[in-house]
Design a protein around this ligand. Structure first.
Ligand code: UT7
Length: 332
């Protein structure tokens, strides 16, 4: 029997219109464009503004665009999974809200969370549903409104993050394309270095923990930086080598966009030159679950059928991993 693989057959992204530039951040915290640019590579990020506007607003725009572009009706979709650390509400799942907003009413939907590795973990999770032969059209959304959990008095974190969303469609293929291999790992000891302490079941919201600003992202930047460089590079190299590929066989490396210095280090260590690395961090900052699919969206017309693409991510947890996929379509 021929193996069924899951291939990305459409992609669409959405970023809010409002831009938060380094110059504007200089007015909010003690920072400057030179520091942000040299230490992170970020020049500006997008911010979703407006009362009651949550992650699902951006996710729905990405999914809407995807359906229109691919010419499929909402009721044809079997499953929608949204990976996010900033759900609209604790429950219901943001995926339920996105499906409702886009008329996807003949499907089931749920959320996942693996911090910044969420999109790649969810892509492989979704692929299992397709590879089983039971589901034909599965959408994966990576979306985050990081501005809702970032402390704009903390100069070390507020300069990094931005808002955005992107969605991919997975469909079955019997060709040698789609998701070929992956290596994922996690280690919960990393939680001390990167977390949001309050607001969950361990520390439900109280006046005290809100006053202590514990309902915002807490990050020990240097510690996370070291783990990110090592683990992201190691796992990308491992996935390449165990499939008997060489760096020159890789058309594009798509790293999670957390810091330009991390991206450069992963490029160096994996032997994939920077001109083959997708980078959008200067425009959007770290959009957590949206960084990798937003890159794929922007590069859609530069990828060719059969291209070897390596995705690599590292994030809170700690979580990290890498996927090797063969791109399934030519520029449209
Ligand atoms: O996506 C999930 C995973 N997250 C990551 O991968 C993030 C990994 N970490 C990083 O990207 C970097 O560690 C940061 C961008 C967060 C920080 O950069 P860094 O080069 O590690 O800076 P640092 O924390 O070592 O701080 C260096 C100096 C300090 O001043 P002193 O103590 O040397 O006088 C900081 O207080 O830079 C100072 N600093 C700033 N200065 C101006 C920290 N933030 C800022 C700022 N503007 N925004």
């Amino acid at each position: 029997m021929t193996k069924i693989r899951a291939a990305i057959t459409a992609i669409h992204g959405y970023v809010p219109e409002d831009i938060l530039s380094n110059a504007e951040l200089e007015k909010i915290v003690d920072t400057n464009d030179e520091w942000i640019t040299t230490r992170t590579g970020i020049k500006e990020r997008r911010i979703l503004k407006g009362e009651g506007q949550g992650t699902s607003v951006m996710g729905a725009k990405a999914v809407q665009g995807l359906l229109e572009k691919r010419g499929i009706k909402p009721e044809e979709v079997d499953l929608l999974i949204c990976s996010t650390v900033t759900p609209d509400m604790k429950f219901p799942a943001t995926a339920n809200l996105i499906a409702h907003k886009t008329g996807i009413n003949n499907a089931f939907s749920f959320d996942t969370n693996a911090a910044c590795s969420g999109f790649i973990y969810t892509l492989v999770t979704a692929a299992q549903f397709v590879e089983s032969g039971r589901y034909k059209k599965v959408i994966v959304v990576g979306a985050d409104k990081m501005s809702s959990i970032v402390d704009y008095t903390d100069r070390q974190t507020c300069v990094i993050f931005g808002d955005g969303a992107a969605a991919v469609l997975l469909e079955p293929t019997e060709e040698e394309s789609g998701i070929m291999d992956h290596i994922f790992q996690s280690d919960g000891c990393g939680h001390i270095h990167l977390h949001m302490k309050a607001g969950g079941s361990a520390y439900p919201p109280t006046h005290e923990n809100i006053d202590a600003r514990e309902h915002y992202v807490y990050q020990e930047g240097q510690a996370v930086f070291k783990f990110a460089v090592k683990n992201m590079a190691d796992v990308a190299v491992e996935v390449i080598e165990r499939n008997n590929l060489k760096p020159e066989d890789i058309a594009w490396l798509v790293p999670h966009q957390a810091n330009m210095r991390i991206i450069e280090a992963v490029s160096r260590r994996s032997g994939i030159p920077l001109d083959k690395v997708m980078v959008n961090i200067h425009k959007y900052g770290n959009t957590t679950n949206a960084t990798i699919p937003l890159c794929l969206w922007e590069w859609e017309n530069r990828m060719k059928k059969g291209d070897n693409i390596v995705l690599a991510a590292f994030g809170g947890g700690f979580t990290w991993g890498s996927i090797w996929l063969k791109w399934a379509y030519d520029p449209i």
